[in-house]
Design a binder for this molecule. Structure first.
Ligand code: EPZ
Length: 420
């Protein structure tokens, strides 16, 4: 397994481009299954998770080509199989997102039941109950979700018990081709859900309430192919901003958006960062200062995003003062604390809260990544540490950060990849 070796010390300084959003590109690629013709998806990031989703579509018989502008052309009209196999689903839970569109378009879908992962059990009960409310017959057999709707799906009024991004996305996609009107209450409002909804509208779907927690979808007979550009990755943006703040440096991020990161930007300003926004560019300046510790509590959008929690925990580990970081979305998403403590951090866990006393500097050490955002927090910690850090199992990081060592080298970080 590849490893990253990072020599701590330099303050981040420089400018990079932000890639397209992984968590928007994945549902949008799944949505292509709904179309009656080819689609062009632009600004997809070159990430392992995107490659896995393309492999899944290919193994269902969908035509995939990459054109000269690195846009992905998807032709769902050649689909031959309605199954998302275990071998692919086990590597990426987001494969579950093909369930709703495949069932809605073809009346049947067999998707391997996604297991949990390091951050939690991550059930899909709401996905399944919502599809059953639309008239689907669903059984779980041999580790597979087998969903049938031979007479098509029917509109329904469904209240989600928990705010679920994937659940909202699956049910939203299914509802676009259902007969009649569907109302989804307590829907997720994440920008990635909005991006998916806007792509579906561009395909001819009739959706109102986009961006709110109440989506109303009037089913249509068919959806057309279209060309759609995926939004910038707000979590990649936030991660590089936090890395600059943690190292007391400065950074300029191009091709991104600030309006979908308000909670994160406010927390960075609270930590002492000077942030300025000009169009699609965000700049952050620390003037060489250590960040101040900030308290945070994760919650569904527009509150502070769980996908930025691990990165801020790393920043708080070297900040001035003490802080409390509470994770309310996933039951095991503070696991990076143990590796940070091995680097000299002073963090104690009390239930779903990490109590952090900032130290002047961490110490480089061999550490192990456990999930995507925890990996990012270890890389941030390594940049601030004295000496060398070896981050193992970085396949996690390759799932969500495009060309991470090249981008960090551009920012003055002494980092290299060692093939494992
Ligand atoms: C999406 O995961 C993201 N992944 C995650 O990003 C992100 O952390 C998460 O949303 C929360 O924002 C993608 O978009 C591909 P959820 P998802 O369903 O949809 C519970 C990353 O780092 N729940 O919103 O799987 C669940 O247990 C990844 O890029 C149910 O109880 O998350 C959790 O506690 C990690 N039943 C909460 O809802 C269900 O049927 C939120 O999960 C579904 C979810």
């Amino acid at each position: 397994m590849d490893k990253l070796i990072i020599q701590g010390g330099p303050k981040i300084c420089g400018e990079i481009r932000i890639s397209g959003s992984k968590n928007s590109g994945l549902p949008i690629l799944a949505a292509t299954l709904l179309a009656n013709g080819p689609m062009n998806i632009c600004n997809l990031p070159h990430l392992n998770d995107i490659t896995t989703m393309l492999a899944l579509l290919r193994c269902m018989g969908v035509g995939i080509t990459i054109n000269e502008n690195m846009a992905v052309e998807v032709d769902p009209t050649t689909l031959t199989d309605h199954e998302a196999p275990y071998e692919l689903v086990k590597t990426m839970r987001a494969s579950i997102l093909v369930l709703g569109p495949t069932l809605a378009k073809f009346g049947k879908a067999d998707v391997s039941f996604p297991g949990g992962c390091a951050i939690g059990s991550r059930p899909v009960d709401i996905h399944l109950r919502g599809l059953e409310a639309m008239g689907a017959e669903i059984e779980v057999d041999g580790g597979y979700i087998r969903a049938r709707a031979p007479n098509g799906l029917k509109g329904t009024h469904f209240v989600m018990d928990v705010v679920t991004v994937g659940g909202t996305e699956n049910l939203l996609m299914a509802a676009t081709l259902a007969e009649g009107t569907t109302i989804l209450e307590n829907a997720a409002r994440e920008p990635e859900v909005v991006d998916l909804a806007e792509c579906l509208v561009a395909m001819g779907a009739k959706i109102t309430g986009i961006g709110s927690n109440r989506l109303e979808i009037e089913g249509v007979k068919a959806l057309n192919g279209c060309t759609y550009t995926v939004m910038p990755d707000r979590i990649e943006t936030g991660t590089y901003l936090v890395a600059a703040a943690a190292t007391g440096g400065s950074i300029k991020l191009r091709d991104t958006r600030a309006d979908i990161l308000t909670a994160v930007i406010h927390k960075l300003e609270e930590a002492g960062a000077e942030i300025s926004v000009e169009g699609d560019t965000i700049s952050l300046e620390m003037h060489g200062k250590r960040p101040k510790a900030v308290n945070l509590r994760t919650a569904p959008y527009p509150a502070f995003p769980t996908d930025m929690q691990a990165q801020f925990t790393a920043m708080n580990a070297v900040a001035i003062g003490t802080s409390a970081v509470t994770e309310t979305i996933f039951e095991n998403r503070l696991i990076q604390v143990h590796e940070l403590n091995r680097m000299g951090a002073n963090i104690t866990l009390e239930g779903n809260t990490a109590l952090i006393t900032g130290v002047e500097r961490l110490t480089g050490a061999p550490v192990m990544a456990t999930d995507l955002r925890a990996s990012a927090s270890l890389v941030i910690a390594a940049m601030t540490a004295e000496g060398e850090t070896l981050v193992d199992r970085i396949y996690h990081i390759d799932r969500g950060y495009e060309c991470i060592e090249e981008k960090l080298q551009q920012l003055g970080v002494n980092i290299r990849r060692v093939p494992g």
